[in-house]
Design a protein around this ligand. Structure first.
Ligand SMILES: Cc1cc2nc3c(=O)[nH]c(=O)nc-3n(C[C@H](O)[C@H](O)[C@H](O)COP(=O)(O)OP(=O)(O)OC[C@H]3O[C@@H](n4cnc5c(N)ncnc54)[C@H](O)[C@@H]3O)c2cc1C
Length: 427
């Protein structure tokens, strides 16, 4: 059963087909009041709702589609510390002290995922272990640098392996070297997001699905308009990610929504032997391959990007070809599911936190690196909404620039940049 894919959300993903967390939500119907309103029911919004409700605040979370419908319920499930921007570049942007704080918070983000899964008994198929794979000589140098950077940051356990040692981790002839590390993990992202939503509900948050926020009236008491009701709130958190779009165009102008795609093969008895230690993996190309095993022995294989909401042609076939380039053992494999989603990429790939008014806060731009980070972002938004903005301000000090010229020009500029990096991937 191969399904049509789409960044529009029309496709059924493997995650939807294996959804295991019951969560009942309805559209908002009527006018309500809350202490804090949240736009967006992904990891960021659900995480903020959970913490705020846990502190006794009245929370109304408004989601245009379903909880976990956006990037949070469609992603590669890779739980990673750090940021999509290299730590060395982050240091140049914000200075060594803030860069160190940001790194430490990214490690906390990973721990927070594990802690919440345990605390709320979320059936998220969580598994620790990760490897980065080098295809080209310059990747090998990058791995060595990365391993020593991790050691400088005080993290022990990263190891660069070559030759036969590689096969114990990934049964592929493709790689010159790999770096394994024990901090990262992988999980079922939709069940994780739904689990956060369910925990937020249990803590007292009101979650509304099928409720697009169409307008925001600013002031000491904010008013959010939706098709069948309004929310009056003292504080607003915007966590619409790549899908925020027209609601606040000035905010959306800082990120480029980029489509990225994943396939799930049929369950296969040989899949466990491809990744014997059940680690998640990615290579070091600019348009990278990332993959992992599912709990029911499929290979979930991600990669490819597009700069429009139309998925690339012959997507399942080309993704299978990419998977076979890594694992020739998959000759004859079929893709049961093919789907896509949008990532919100900032110009330099660092996340963007900001205040749009004294009582309107936002976090976006995780740049394809948000499974762990978005959970912490929600916690930090919640802290700031409760008047403790110290950690929020560390993120808010990261400087950002808009994509020049609006969407019409963002796309060609990024295409040019990507063509250059794709070319580099071949060298
Ligand atoms: C295919 C894919 C693979 C990825 N792989 C990884 C990975 O392996 N590891 C990793 O770390 N990151 C990965 N990412 C990125 C990661 O998924 C995101 O960074 C993270 O999920 C962002 O969460 P969020 O809550 O901020 O946004 P989202 O999950 O996108 O949630 C935003 C929500 O806001 C809602 N919304 C927007 N506007 C409105 C409105 N006006 N009214 C009401 N609701 C609104 C949307 O419907 C949406 O549900 C991937 C992303 C994709 C798409």
């Amino acid at each position: 059963m191969s399904r049509a894919s789409g960044t529009s959300g029309a496709a059924t993903s493997y995650y939807e087909a294996t959804r295991a967390v019951p969560l009942a939500t309805t559209p908002l119907d009527g006018d309500i009041t809350a202490d804090v309103a949240i736009v967006g029911g992904g990891i960021t919004g659900c995480s903020a709702a959970l913490d705020l409700a846990g502190h006794g605040l009245r929370v109304a979370l408004l989601e245009a589609q379903d909880i976990g419908w956006g990037a949070s319920g469609r992603n590669g499930g890779q739980v990673l510390p750090g940021y999509a921007i290299a730590q060395t570049k982050l240091k140049r942007l914000v200075g060594p002290e803030d860069a160190r704080r940001l790194w430490d918070m990214s490690m906390e983000a990973v721990q927070l995922v594990e802690q919440r899964i345990t605390e709320h008994a979320i059936p998220a198929d969580y598994h620790k272990g990760y490897l980065y794979a080098a295809i080209r000589p310059r990747h090998e140098r990058d791995l060595e640098e990365e391993a020593s950077e991790l050691a400088t940051l005080g993290l022990k356990g990263a190891e660069v392996l070559r030759g036969a040692a590689i096969q114990a981790h990934v049964a592929s002839p493709r790689y010159r070297a790999i770096m394994t590390e024990p901090f990262s993990a992988h999980l079922h992202p939709l069940n994780y997001t739904l689990g956060l939503g369910r925990a937020a509900q249990a803590a007292g948050a009101q979650l509304y699905s099928g409720t697009p926020v169409t307008a925001i009236e600013e002031g000491p008491v904010l008013r959010l308009r939706t098709p069948r009701g309004t929310v009056s709130a003292g504080t607003l958190l915007l966590s619409g990610g790549a899908y925020l779009g027209r609601l606040w165009p000035a905010v959306a102008g800082y990120v480029m929504p980029v489509g990225t795609y994943i396939i799930a093969t049929e369950p296969r008895p040989d899949v466990p032997s491809l990744l014997p230690l059940n680690e998640a993996a990615s290579d070091l190309n600019f348009v990278l391959d990332y993959y992992r095993r599912s709990a029911d022995d499929r290979l979930l294989f991600g990669g490819r990007v597009s700069y429009s909401s139309v998925p690339p042609p012959r997507l399942a076939q080309t993704m299978l070809a990419r998977a076979r380039a890594v694992f020739p053992q998959l000759a004859g494999a079929r893709a049961d599911f093919t789907w896509g989603g949008l990532v919100d990429i900032t110009r330099h790939r660092a996340p963007q936190f900001g205040r749009l008014a004294p009582n309107i806060l936002m976090a976006q731009g995780f740049s394809g690196h948000g499974v762990a980070l978005a959970g912490l972002a929600g916690r930090i938004l919640a802290e700031a909404a409760r008047g403790q903005a110290g950690r929020f301000d560390v993120f808010a000090r990261i400087p950002h620039a808009r994509f020049p010229g609006g969407r019409a020009f963002r796309v060609p500029a990024l295409l040019l940049a990507t063509s250059y990096f794709r070319l580099r991937d071949l060298l």
